[in-house]
Write a protein that binds this ligand. Structure first.
Ligand code: CAO
Length: 416
């Protein structure tokens, strides 16, 4: 099957998670992605949180599938020469080093343009250029705090809380991927490359925009009617943490099911969708609430929303989360079981759709990883194992015109 990004050559000068997530997705869709890694150690995630001694950690294998690995010390003249050759023949260079690292290495945007005016330079940084924190190194949770996610996540009587989802890392990588594809489209019109960057703070903020909406509503009216603090609690002048409340105007909550005392995930999420109120009442056997003015509008329900949730909890206390969802789905009520990672790993539907795949790795054997969350009618990305460190060094050097002798000499010069 011919893949849409076939022929697009990407130099993957990324590490840890944000950059690798971006280039992995482009590789799934057919781009030729060559990951440059420091000889000896490679991407730090190869050795972080290892579960098998001496074998690439899952942290690495799950972010670098479908790529080639080229080891190169790009601070040494011989390494720089190889990188220059690669830049001349490639379409995109993706990096997520600390601010200024690429410049210090001698590969400023100006230099890259000299080498190849069609090149797209794509960068992830913690903060955007010109930001008063632009010099900072940033990891996931730092970005979640700086992007408004932490201050608005968790319970009102607890501290700011970070999410288990990689809002700062992989999410920024996805934003950058959109930027790269846009720049590639732009290049078709102008013939020129450009610099594309996505900051982790901005990418988090793009996902917390509903909280920015709420800040402005709060400034105007002094309260937020869909938050648990309304009408009985107190608001200050900042958006509060809303626990598990639904953020989009449809109240919801995490509700206990059978077994919650011992199973930390025996819960469902239940949404009281406004126009499904009649169905919800029917599902619960509370038809008398359907037209009762004390219940039949969202505003009327809000002061007793937790009594309603308590009623639903009582209704499902002898049902597992799966049984509860099976009841409510018949009434078209938006809800889902709270799934543990174990349940997700074993989920047959996720395997069938290719959202979770099993891959064979040369050293580790079989491992689970994520497949493309984007589905296409005309293509099915094939998820392949991540490369071993330097697995494709010789292949890439040969492609660049190096002879066997030159390759041997380069290996000797690059040895750590
Ligand atoms: N050959 C030679 N040198 C190399 C090399 C190679 N193949 N690959 C990297 N290096 C060098 C870099 O040039 C840099 O050198 P200088 O410090 O002398 O300029 C050095 O390795 C370290 O790079 P770094 O500062 O990016 O790495 P770090 O571990 O100190 O910081 C991180 C990591 C992630 C905090 C930082 O890279 C960063 O802030 N990146 C931008 C934001 C980001 O992407 N964060 C998300 C990471 S995912 O959780």
């Amino acid at each position: 099957m011919s893949m849409p990004l076939e022929g697009i050559k990407i130099i993957d000068f990324t590490h840890v998670q944000a950059g690798p997530a971006c280039t992995q997705m482009l590789a799934w869709f057919g781009a030729d992605v060559i990951k440059i890694e420091r000889p000896g150690a490679g991407d730090v995630t190869r050795s972080q949180l290892r579960d098998i001694p001496g074998v690439d950690a899952l942290y690495f294998t799950m972010l670098n599938s479908n790529k080639k690995s080229l080891t190169l010390d790009t601070k040494k003249p011989e390494g720089k020469e190889v990188l220059e050759k690669l830049i001349r023949e490639s379409d995109v260079l993706v990096e997520n080093f600390a601010p200024g690292a690429l410049d210090r290495m001698g590969f400023s945007w100006e230099r890259i343009q000299e080498l190849n005016p069609r090149m797209i330079l794509a960068s992830v940084k913690g903060f955007s250029e010109g930001h008063h924190y632009e010099d900072l190194k940033v990891y996931e949770n730092v970005a979640q705090c700086a992007g408004g996610a932490a201050s608005t996540t968790g319970f009102w009587d607890g501290p700011p809380t970070v999410s288990g989802a990689a809002l700062g890392d992989s999410n920024t990588g996805m934003h950058l991927a959109i930027g790269i594809l846009t720049a590639l489209m732009g290049r078709q019109k102008t013939g020129r490359g450009q610099k594309v960057s996505a900051s982790m703070q901005d990418a988090v903020l793009n996902l917390t925009r509903v909280k920015l909406r709420d800040q402005q509503r709060l400034d105007k009216v002094g309260f937020l009617e869909e938050y648990p603090q309304y009408p009985n609690g107190k608001f200050t002048d900042v958006v509060p943490r809303g626990g598990n409340a639904g953020g989009g105007g449809q109240p919801g909550w995490v509700l206990k099911c059978k077994g919650w005392e011992t199973d930390p995930n025996a819960y469902i999420y239940f949404t009281i969708q406004s126009h499904a109120w009649g169905q919800i009442c029917k599902a619960l056997g509370k038809e008398e609430w359907i037209d009762d003015p004390a219940y039949n509008t969202p505003i009327a329900r809000q002061d007793k929303i937790f009594d309603i949730f308590a009623f639903i909890e009582d209704f499902i206390k002898d049902k597992t989360k799966f049984e509860a969802v099976d009841i409510f789905r018949k009434f078209d009520i938006p809800c889902a079981p709270v799934l543990s990672m174990k349940e997700i790993a074993e989920d047959e539907s996720l395997r069938k759709s290719g959202s979770i795949v099993e891959v064979e790795h040369k050293e580790r054997g079989k491992y689970l990883t994520v497949g493309s969350p984007i589905k296409f009618s005309e293509l099915t990305p094939e998820i392949k194992a991540s490369p071993l460190l330097g697995e494709h060094t010789d292949e890439v050097l040969k492609r660049l015109g190096y002879s066997d002798e030159q390759i041997a000499a380069l290996h000797a010069q690059q040895a750590v």
